[in-house]
Design a binder for this molecule. Structure first.
Ligand SMILES: Nc1ncnc2c1ncn2[C@@H]1O[C@H](COP(=O)(O)OP(=O)(O)OP(=O)(O)O)[C@@H](O)[C@H]1O
Ligand SMILES: [Mg+2]
Length: 323
């Protein structure tokens, strides 16, 4: 019995680009699938196919048990999508936008008004509720858009990078909203660049690269696949990065990763606390001053690097700004 979101062998070609090259997904009802992948991996295209906006060349898909290619209208009535159908009307106020969506979904006037009020409170938009949406900041718009996707509680929701551009407080807030939704039985497919977000929200994670799912599992399973622990050292002075790197290379059993601007060096190890003590002695003997040293389990970032050979895009962008 396929899950609430199901896809098999999806292929989508745009000119020369094979955006999807055989994507398979199966999301059990009431769970969250986190779709992770670098820029251009095919995440948005997958969402667009499943939400009936784009027709694939090959493959099949169903959402809430309805065939996406055969009954796109029925699918649209069973889903909520943040960022696309719920397009915000610039000239209407936040409140008017939400009431309009309610009416579109056949709520009566009183219900639509009540629901709009609840969502404005929940997304901290009450103060700006009666201003035209065109006066909203980027983060406020994002929240209005998400609120619009939640006017009715559809059984299946798609969120494409829902927290991009939100400040930490609003991101936290949205996570709580998502957790409530899922506790209420909603099935969610969410794409994100924030590995921490997938870690917190997703029951299952699919890592996509070049239009294919290259790994799949819970965050713990993916971390276990990446293997072992990591020693992470932050040296006090830039000049010590090379020496510390040499030392770690000798103790590690994998490639060292160096982040110049944070002076952080990471290496996979097996040997735990005893090894850590040895590394500290050795760094000391070489006169390397440390700001921090720690033994830690692999993070989703490590998983990402191990699987795709590069960091998640958010990370790359941040590093890209450093000369
Ligand atoms: N309408 C289109 N026309 C041409 N190429 C497209 C179109 N939509 C997507 N692509 C290409 O398909 C590939 C996958 O794009 P997609 O938007 O699905 O990536 P993504 O994983 O969502 O990336 P990001 O993290 O940047 O949002 C990219 O190479 C992109 O340039
Ligand atoms: Mg995208």
């Amino acid at each position: 019995m396929p899950g609430a979101i199901y896809a098999e062998g999806l292929v989508k070609v745009f000119g020369e680009v094979r955006a999807l090259d055989g994507v398979d997904l199966d999301v059990p009802e009431g769970t969250v699938l986190g779709l992770l992948g670098p820029n251009g991996a095919g995440k948005t295209t997958t969402v667009r196919v499943l939400t009936t906006l784009v027709r694939p060349e090959r493959g099949s898909a169903s959402v809430a048990g309805i065939d996406v290619l055969e009954h796109p209208d029925a699918v649209r009535h069973s889903i909520g999508v943040s960022g696309q159908f719920a397009a915000v009307d610039e000239y209407l106020t936040g409140r008017e936008n939400l009431r309009m969506v309610g009416r579109l979904y056949q709520l009566d006037g009183r219900q639509a008004k009540k629901r709009a009020g609840e969502l404005l409170d929940r997304f901290h938009l009450a103060d700006a509720a009666d201003r035209p949406a065109k006066t909203y900041s980027g983060g406020m718009r994002r929240r209005l858009d998400l609120a619009a996707a939640l006017v009715v509680s559809p059984p299946v929701m798609f969120m494409d990078e829902p927290t991009t551009g939100l400040d930490p407080r609003n991101r936290q807030q949205l996570w709580e909203v998502i957790e409530e939704l899922v506790a209420g039985g909603t099935t969610l497919l969410l794409t994100t660049q924030y590995l921490e977000e997938a870690d917190r929200l997703a029951h299952d994670i699919a890592v996509v690269d070049h239009g294919r799912v290259i790994a799949r599992g819970t965050s713990d399973q993916l971390k276990a696949r990446t293997g072992g622990e990591r020693v992470e050292v932050v040296v006090h002075r830039r000049e010590h990065i090379a020496t510390a790197g040499e030392v770690l290379r000798r103790f590690g059993d994998g490639a060292t990763a160096v982040e110049e601007h944070t002076r952080r060096i990471t290496v996979p190890v097996s040997g735990g606390a005893r090894l850590l003590a040895e590394i500290i002695r050795e760094l000391d003997a070489h006169g390397v001053e440390m700001d921090d040293i720690a033994l830690r389990r692999p993070t989703l970032d490590d998983v990402f690097i191990a699987l795709t050979g590069h960091a998640a895009e958010a990370e790359e962008e941040r590093e890209g700004t450093v000369p």
